[in-house]
Write a protein that binds this ligand. Structure first.
Ligand code: NAD
Length: 467
C-alpha cells in the first residue's frame, strides 16, 4: 500500500479508536515484545548477514535487550503515565470550584526513520513510547541493513494490522516520499546532514520533529584516574559495534604525562579483548565499503598531517575487507578530518591536556556533543560537567546512561533536539492537552469582567498591576 494511503487509513483508524484505552496500548506493546522474543534468532542472523560480521552479544545486548526493556518499562508504567496531571487554577478560581488538569492525548500517527547502526533499538525504543502514548506508527528503516529491515517489515506485518503499525523499506526515494507526509510527529535518528533535510521537509506541514543525531563525544581521563582501568573501559566501549555507536567515545583527553602509558594500555587491552585465536569473541565489521573507505581516509589524512597511528599486533591484518582494527592516534591537530567529523568507527584520537580550563574551552567552542564521559573521582569532573553542555553525561562508565529508562535521552544543538526513553518518550509522543473546568460560580460575572466592566473589575486590575 502506498505511503500516503496508509497514512490516511491510520489517521482514520486512530480517530475511530479515541481515546485509545490502556488495554489497547498494552496489547500493542505486548505484541512488539512477542515479535522480538519469538524472532530474536532471526534478527541475530539478519544482522550478521547485513554486517558481514556482527557478534551475537552486540545484537542481544545493544539491540534486542534495550528494545525489550523499553517496551516492558512502558507497559509496566503506563497506568501511572496515563493519569491526568492535576494543576492549580489561578487564585482564587480553585476556591470557587474551578478545576484544571492536563490530559495526555496521543498525537495521532507518528513517523519513525531509523539508521543502520542499531537497526532494532532505534525502531523499537521510539516505538515503545509512541505506542504507549496511544499513537499509530509508520516506520522507514535504513536501506543499509536490507536483511534486517526486510525482516522487520515482514514481522511487523504479521504482528500488527497495517492500520496500527506499518513499515516501508527502500532507499532514498522512499525516504524522500516518507518525510513529505503530514505526520502528527516525525522521529528521526541519524546524521545531522540528513536531519536538516528532515526538518526542512517537516516544516512544510508543520510536523513536530525529534532529531536524534550524533557528534563528537569527548572523554576526559581526570588526573586521579588509573590508566589501566580507564583503558579497559575505553576500549570495550570504542570497539563495541566497531565504534559505530552515536554515543561512542570519539576522542580522549588525557593528562599530558600519562599519554604514553595510555597508548600502551589501550593497545594491550584491544589485543586482550579480541585475540586472534580459536573461540575468541568475534569483532564487528564496519557496515559497508563506503564507511570503511571514509574511516581509512581519516587515517591516511591524519598520517600525512603528522599523526602517530598505532594498531594492536593481533589486528594488524584484515580478516574481512570491512574489518578495521582499533587505531590509537596521537599527535593529532585540528586540521585533520578525524578531528572535525564524527568518527563513528574504531579510531581513537588522544589529546594531551595541561589544565582543566583548556578542556572546557575546547568543548565549548565546538558543536554540543551527544555524550560527555568523565573518568575518575577528581572534583574537576564536576567542574567540566557544569561548565559545558552535552546531551548527557556519564561518570566512570560508557554508554550506560543511555540504558536508563528513567532518564531522558537526547542531544542538544548539533547533537539533536527533543528527548525520549521511558516517561520522557511517552511525553514526546503525547499532546499535553490543558483542560479547565469552571465551577458553579460565574466568576467573570462576579468580577464585572464583561462589558460594560464595573468597579470590581477595575479594582481587580489595579490589584494585579502591583509589583
Ligand atoms: P542512515 O544512512 O541509515 O540514515 C538514517 C535514515 O535516514 C535512513 O532510514 C535513511 O533512509 C534516511 N535518509 C537518508 N537520506 C535521506 C534523505 N535525503 N531524506 C530522508 N531520509 C533520508 O544512517 P546514518 O545517518 O549513517 O546514521 C549514523 C548517524 O546516526 C551517526 O551520526 C550517529 O551518531 C547517528 N545516530 C544517532 C543516534 C541517537 O540516538 N542520537 C543513534 C544512532 C545513530
Amino acid at each position: 500500500m502506498a505511503i500516503s494511503e496508509t497514512l490516511a487509513r491510520q489517521k482514520a483508524a486512530f480517530l475511530a479508536d479515541l481515546p485509545v484505552d490502556q488495554d489497547i496500548r498494552i496489547d500493542r506493546l505486548n505484541r512488539a515484545i512477542s515479535l522480538l522474543l519469538d524472532h530474536r534468532q532471526d534478527f541475530i542472523t539478519a544482522l550478521e548477514q547485513d554486517y558481514g560480521q556482527r557478534t551475537e552479544e552486540i545484537t542481544l545486548f545493544a539491540d534486542i535487550v534495550p528494545s525489550l526493556q523499553a517496551l516492558k518499562y512502558a507497559r509496566n508504567n503506563l497506568a501511572k503515565w496515563m493519569k491526568k496531571d492535576r494543576r492549580s487554577p489561578t487564585f482564587p478560581l480553585g476556591l470557587l470550584g474551578s478545576r484544571a488538569w492536563v490530559d495526555h492525548r496521543p498525537k495521532g500517527v507518528v513517523g519513525i526513520i531509523s539508521p543502520w547502526n542499531f537497526p532494532l533499538g532505534m525502531i523499537f525504543s521510539p516505538l515503545s513510547g509512541a505506542l504507549a502514548a496511544g499513537n499509530r506508527v509508520m516506520i522507514k528503516p535504513s536501506e543499509h541493513v536490507p536483511a534486517t529491515s526486510e525482516l522487520t517489515r515482514k514481522l511487523i506485518a504479521e504482528y500488527f494490522d497495517p492500520d496500527e503499525v506499518a513499515v516501508f523499506t527502500g532507499g532514498i526515494e522512499v525516504a524522500e516520499e516518507f518525510i513529505r507526509q503530514p505526520f502528527d510527529h516525525l522521529f528521526y535518528t541519524g546524521s545531522g546532514t540528513v536531519g536538516r533535510i528532515i526538518m526542512r521537509a517537516a516544516a512544510e506541514n508543520l510536523v513536530p520533529v525529534t532529531l536524534e543525531l550524533g557528534g563528537k563525544s569527548p572523554t576526559v581521563i581526570l588526573p586521579d584516574c588509573d590508566i589501566d582501568s580507564a583503558a579497559k573501559r575505553i576500549v570495550a566501549a570504542k570497539m563495541a559495534n566497531a565504534g559505530q555507536i552515536c554515543v561512542a567515545p570519539d576522542y580522549v583527553f588525557v593528562p599530558r604525562d600519562k599519554l604514553p602509558a595510555l597508548r600502551t594500555a589501550l593497545l594491550k587491552k584491544a589485543e586482550e579483548f579480541y585475540p586472534e585465536q580459536e573461540g575468541a569473541p568475534a569483532y564487528t565489521a564496519v557496515i559497508n565499503a563506503r564507511q570503511r573507505d571514509r574511516l581509512k581516509g581519516y587515517v591516511a589524512d591524519a598520517k600525512t598531517k603528522g599523526a602517530l597511528v598505532e594498531t594492536p599486533d593481533a589486528f594488524s591484518r584484515d580478516r574481512n575487507d570491512n574489518i578495521l582494527p582499533f587505531h590509537v592516534i596521537s599527535n593529532v591537530s585540528d586540521d585533520m578530518t578525524l578531528m572535525q567529523d564524527e568518527i563513528f568507527g574504531p579510531l581513537l584520537p588522544l589529546m594531551p591536556y595541561d589544565s582543566i580550563d583548556e578542556i572546557i574551552e575546547y568543548i565549548n567552542v565546538r558543536p554540543r556533543p551527544l555524550a560527555l564521559y568523565l573518568l575518575g573521582k577528581d572534583p574537576a569532573g564536576d567542574q567540566i560537567r557544569q561548565k559545558t553542555i552535552a546531551g548527557g553525561v556519564a561518570y566512570d562508565e560508557f554508554l550506560l546512561h543511555v540504558g536508563q529508562e528513567d532518564l531522558p535521552f537526547g542531544g542538544t544543538g548539533a547533537s539533536g533536539m527533543g528527548h525520549y526513553h521511558g516517561h520522557d518518550g511517552f511525553k514526546t509522543f503525547s499532546h499535553s492537552m490543558s483542560v479547565f473546568k469552571r465551577g458553579p460560580i460565574d466568576i467573570l460575572g462576579l468580577l464585572q469582567a464583561r462589558p460594560p466592566f464595573g468597579p470590581r473589575f477595575r479594582a481587580y486590575i489595579k490589584q494585579e498591576l502591583k509589583k
